[in-house]
Design a protein around this ligand. Structure first.
Ligand SMILES: [Zn+2]
Length: 263
């Protein structure tokens, strides 16, 4: 194999010095661009968001398989199928908000690279980069609690607040997932009656859209909190909240009535 030579165009300046201390999602950081490359920053501030490619110099390069986030409760994936830092070429790709550019220094809202990380490239983020609901692996924990934790994390990332109905949505989604095996199934239809927060959480977890393909419907209600999951030729699962408030604490049967009909 022929080697390709790449050199840093700058370095990350971050308050975090060790990988173990980096919170997921990163921290506010700067990039100090080397003087000979600073002309390439001309008009960069016209962009609100940037793709940053950096070189995770401490990551192992001999890794071809890994558990997502290093969590042994999750199945193993090839490193090209997940975003494990360890990989043959440990190039990190981060999307971040540019706050300002000053004297060859980029001030970024968040970056998950430690202090001193070499930066390889900077590119603007365009609206055309958005794909609203891509197909991504359905990573499932080996136990219910690890699976539920996964779902909770995904729900919070989607809904952006830890509200009462988010927790209810997660509990309902875990049960539906156990019945149907896969919530991203393009055939699985979801109908939500209740709070917009419940609907948004369920939509985020099931990736069910209102159209193209139409898998999702929503009826706002202040009195009833219900999800109906329909898999043609399999069955219809109806989950109706019984009104218990300590949602993450109680058992399924205390939390909702469950009705499953074969179709
Ligand atoms: Zn909410």
């Amino acid at each position: 194999m022929e080697a390709i030579s790449i050199y840093p165009i700058g370095y990350v300046v971050s308050p975090v010095d060790h990988v173990r201390d980096m919170p997921s999602g990163g921290v506010a950081a700067e990039i100090e661009v080397l003087p000979q490359f600073q002309p390439a920053l001309e008009r960069l501030e016209e962009n609100s968001h940037l793709w940053i490619q950096s070189w995770f110099h401490q990551a192992p390069r001999d890794k071809l398989l890994a558990h997502p986030r290093g969590d042994l409760n999750l199945p193993q994936y090839g490193v090209f199928s997940i975003r494990s830092p360890g990989r043959p070429n440990p190039i990190a790709l981060s999307l971040t908000k540019l706050l300002k550019v000053e004297d060859g220094r980029l001030y970024l809202q968040r970056l998950d690279a430690i202090n001193g990380t070499p930066v390889l490239d900077i590119k603007p983020y365009f609206e055309g980069d958005i794909i609203f609901s891509p197909r991504t692996p359905y990573i499932r924990g080996r136990t219910r609690s690890s699976h539920q934790e996964q779902m909770l994390r995904r729900a919070i990332a989607h809904h952006q607040e830890k509200c009462h109905y988010l927790y209810l949505g997660v509990r309902m989604a875990v049960v539906a997932d156990e019945v149907f095996g896969h919530l991203n199934n393009p055939e699985l239809l979801v109908d939500v009656t209740g709070s917009p927060c419940l609907a948004d959480t369920i939509q985020g977890l099931s990736r069910a859209r209102l159209a193209n393909p139409a898998r999702f419907s929503f009826n706002p209600s202040a009195t009833l909190q219900q999800t109906i999951w329909t898999l043609p030729n399999r069955g219809i699962l109806t989950l109706t909240w019984l009104g218990q408030r300590d949602i993450m604490e109680c058992a399924d049967e205390e939390l909702f009535s469950m009705d499953f009909k074969l179709e």
